[in-house]
Write a new protein. Structure first.
Length: 427
């Protein structure tokens, strides 16, 4: 037996309400179960219960064993002085308030539907489970309920992503343009170089980058130099020497240092994802748009964002992927799949956070954009699709990732709309 099941039963009234009574035989009439508390303190706040002939307003605490009250030292905690009902599975101790008055106890197992317990055992049974607890039943959950849940999960995911944005905003003294730059650097670094690019962006004085970004060669020299890409002695081509010269000039002018201890990685990357190409493309993006942040947060469609991201890296990269090594001629543009990742991981979380910051609701625009992007292809999404789960667009795939990582893996089925639905069947 798990305590979260008892929370679920009480919260959603999955118990026999008629004839409900305490261990002393006093009738319990539930006016309100209260508000579920996920933080410290009693499990449910502000419940309203009629116990016997007395109407009570206060908190409810839930334990597997009544003796857990003392095992958790609640008798010494003032937060528990206003508990009006103690709900337990096993009544193995009598619990008292500091004034020695007994707290009424409800033994939940005496009033639970057998269907709830059967569904619970089925959901959490380890037999034949290969992926997630509900893998045999998730495809049969009502489609309307499931997709409403996915909508909620998507915005829950945006809320979580907004935490780092809020922190970056604080560190940059509310400079949204700098926050965008840091987030874009991380996204342009992708999985392999993302964290390193992120640190570079945080260490760069954004006011310097803003001054030099109008000239791609200066912007490239700054980012390449900060990334440790201008320390190669045997590259002799003119462009590389010019970059080194520009970087030395910027270092002398603005007095910043390079971190030579860490360098970018090329290993296991396709040439189009080389850090040299990505940094050059980012510089081209900023060279084209002097008000990039404003343009992105005001964009109302995928097409607008695609148009903003229609850039080409500087001419040197037409026949290079790295310094000093010529390659087949090709313009280094941002591809739509890559722009889609920028939209999903950077632009929409930023739009969401900025909308909250200015007190404006842009959720409909955000949904309009995300639902017009193709769903992401990865192992987790593929496994859900193999369970016949309908995944139509990027909003669905982002929601599925949120569902898997924050509910399925953590066995939080009782906080999930799918698990809630499955437990409620025939109960």
């Amino acid at each position: 037996m798990r305590e979260d099941l008892l929370h679920f039963i009480w919260k959603y009234k999955k118990l026999q309400l008629k004839g409900l009574q305490t261990t002393k035989g006093d009738a319990i009439n539930v006016v309100s179960v209260g508000t579920h508390n996920y933080n410290e303190g009693p499990d449910f706040f502000n419940a309203q219960l009629k116990i016997g002939n007395q109407l009570w307003a206060g908190n409810v605490e839930i334990h597997i064993n009544a003796s857990d009250w003392y095992a958790h030292n609640h008798e010494k905690d003032k937060n528990y002085e206003n508990v009006i009902l103690h709900i337990v599975w096993q009544d193995d101790a009598t619990v008292f308030r500091p004034d020695n008055s007994e707290i009424p106890t409800l033994v939940l197992k005496d009033f639970i539907s057998s269907a709830v317990l059967k569904n619970y055992q089925k959901l959490f049974s380890s037999e034949s489970k290969k992926f997630i607890n509900c893998e045999k039943d998730i495809a049969f959950v009502d489609s309307f309920l499931f997709h409403n849940w996915l909508d909620r999960l998507y915005f829950e995911r945006l809320e979580q992503k907004s935490v780092i944005i809020t922190q970056l905003l604080k560190e940059s003294n509310n400079n949204w343009e700098h926050v965008l730059f840091v987030l874009l650097m991380k996204s342009f670094g992708s999985t392999i170089n993302g964290d390193f690019f992120f640190q570079i962006a945080k260490n760069i004085d954004f006011s310097i980058f803003k001054k030099v970004c109008v000239k791609p060669i200066q912007a490239e020299s700054l980012l390449f130099g900060m990334a440790g890409l201008l320390n190669i002695d045997d590259v002799l081509d003119t462009y590389y020497r010019q970059l080194k010269k520009e970087y030395a000039f910027l270092q002398n002018k603005y007095s910043f240092t390079t971190n030579d201890e860490v360098s970018v990685a090329f290993f296991k990357l396709r040439p189009n994802n080389f850090p040299t190409i990505r940094l050059a493309q980012l510089c081209a993006l900023y060279a084209k748009h002097q008000a990039l942040f404003s343009k992105l947060v005001l964009a109302k469609s995928v097409e607008e964002i695609y148009n903003l991201c229609e850039i080409v890296a500087s001419d040197y990269w037409d026949n290079h992927y790295n310094f000093g090594k010529e390659s087949k001629q090709s313009k280094k543009r941002l591809t739509k799949p890559f722009i889609n990742l920028l939209i999903i991981n950077t632009i929409l979380p930023l739009k969401f956070s900025y909308s909250k910051y200015i007190g404006k609701d842009n959720n409909e625009i955000i949904l309009e954009i995300i639902t017009n992007l193709s769903y992401e292809k990865n192992t987790i999404v593929d496994k859900f699709k193999s369970q016949k789960v309908s995944i139509k667009n990027a909003k669905d795939s982002q929601s599925i990732l949120q569902l898997y990582k924050h509910y399925c893996v953590k066995n939080k089925c009782l906080q999930c709309a799918v698990g809630n639905n499955l437990l409620s069947r025939n109960s």
